[in-house]
Design a protein around this ligand. Structure first.
Ligand SMILES: *Cc1c(COP(=O)(O)O)cnc(C)c1O
Length: 375
């Protein structure tokens, strides 16, 4: 099989020790009965779902969260036997597959359960579906909003134990990464109001993404859904300090594919938006917006030999140009994200320049960039 990107010197390097460090640090802060489930959706936030899951498991994670059913199936196919929760709504037509593969699913309506029940019965599926009821306490995305709806559903679930295992209940906070906790407190109150309608609670009760786990103690439940901090990224960006040092796992490097001297007055890239105002050395880097290095990064910088070099001219689909401080050899390493010498370019720096969050940059790195793992 041809692996596209294998024969180009552009790569993401993932430090699995960093992933393990972040898991271990978080587990050390937790009550020993609280489980850590590693959130590995979106190809492990761009880092690689299977390798991240394995590292997190070695460091103590006892379950996984993903966004869509196929991600759960990929983990099962790779041999993971731990609980795997799909956080989004899965189409009920896949009910038999969900049951057969022992996937846990988020459910936000009685309708969903009733549709799935018909499909399970029609297919004579022998196994039950593991259900985590989603409570919408203010995220406004999925889940039950009223105690009455929730109570009705719980009663129905408990009358259908052949088809469903009511395994968990959860909510998701919208503002856990902010210092103002007004809205967070509002959600906690909604959670308490809803949860009171359930009676005996299921085995897994969970409310914490990374930010909630790092900065809030309220209604902690017994599972943490540990996502972005697993990768060493601060969920708040720079707003709040993490209680321990998060170790970033990802770096992005390439090698100069071409080096030339530009004469004064010569221009670079589409639109000729950059013109040299004196003679200078310019390097070409084999990466572009098709790799997830955004076009908006014109004017940002990379590191070459430990020095900042500006990205000049428009970022192309597959290549970009940088201004070099001096002539350097073709093949010299270029660090687009990561440390080189005394300087570091973080995912946060890239995100700030793009006017977005590091989550988006990390999971936007294209499959065309191979992931190399260091352990
Ligand atoms: C993505 C997600 C998480 C993980 O969030 P982080 O901010 O990455 O820790 C947790 N819970 C739900 C419901 C999610 O969608």
């Amino acid at each position: 099989m041809v692996v596209i990107g294998e024969h180009r010197h552009t790569q993401v390097t993932v430090d699995l020790q960093a992933i393990k460090h972040n898991v271990e640090m978080e587990m050390a802060r937790k009550d020993p009965l609280t489980e850590l489930w590693a959130v590995v959706k979106a190809n492990g936030y761009g880092h690689g779902i299977l390798q991240v899951a394995q590292a997190a498991k070695q460091a103590g994670a006892t379950g996984f969260c993903v966004a869509i059913l196929d991600e759960a199936l990929a983990l099962r196919a790779a041999g993971f036997t731990e609980p795997i929760l799909v956080l989004g709504i899965t189409e009920p037509e896949y009910a038999p597959l969900i049951a057969e593969q022992r996937i846990s699913v988020a459910v936000g309506s009685l309708d969903w359960l009733q549709t799935a029940e018909k499909i399970l019965t029609a297919n004579a599926t022998p196994d039950p579906i593991h259900v985590h009821l989603a409570l919408d306490t203010g995220m406004g995305r999925i889940g039950f909003q009223t105690p009455a709806d929730l109570a009705r559903t719980v009663t129905w679930l408990r009358a259908h134990t052949a088809q469903f295992d009511f395994e968990g209940i959860f909510t998701h906070f919208a503002t856990a990464d902010q210092s103002d906790d007004t809205y967070f407190t509002h959600q906690v109150n909604q959670w308490k109001r809803l949860i009171a309608a359930v009676g005996e609670l299921p085995r897994y009760v969970h409310v914490s993404n990374s930010a909630t786990s790092l900065w809030h103690q309220a209604c902690n439940g017994n599972v943490v859904r540990f996502g972005v901090a697993l990768y060493g990224l601060n969920p708040s960006g720079t707003a709040l300090a993490a209680p321990y040092e998060l170790a970033p796992a990802l770096s992005l490097t390439a090698q100069l594919s071409f080096v030339k001297r530009l004469a004064k007055g010569q221009s670079v890239s589409y639109g000729a938006t950059y013109t040299a105002d004196r003679a200078e050395w310019v390097g070409t880097v084999p990466i572009g917006y098709a790799d997830g290095y955004e076009r908006r990064l014109q004017g940002f910088h990379v590191l070459v030999n430990g020095q900042y070099c500006e990205v000049i001219g428009r970022v192309c689909m597959d290549q970009l140009m940088v201004r070099l401080p001096a002539q350097v050899a073709v093949g010299t390493q270029v660090t687009l994200i990561g440390r080189d010498g005394d300087h570091e370019i973080t995912l946060q720096d890239v995100a700030d320049y793009c006017g977005t969050i590091h989550y988006e940059i990390a999971c936007g790195l294209a499959p065309r960039v191979p992931r190399i793992y260091q352990d």
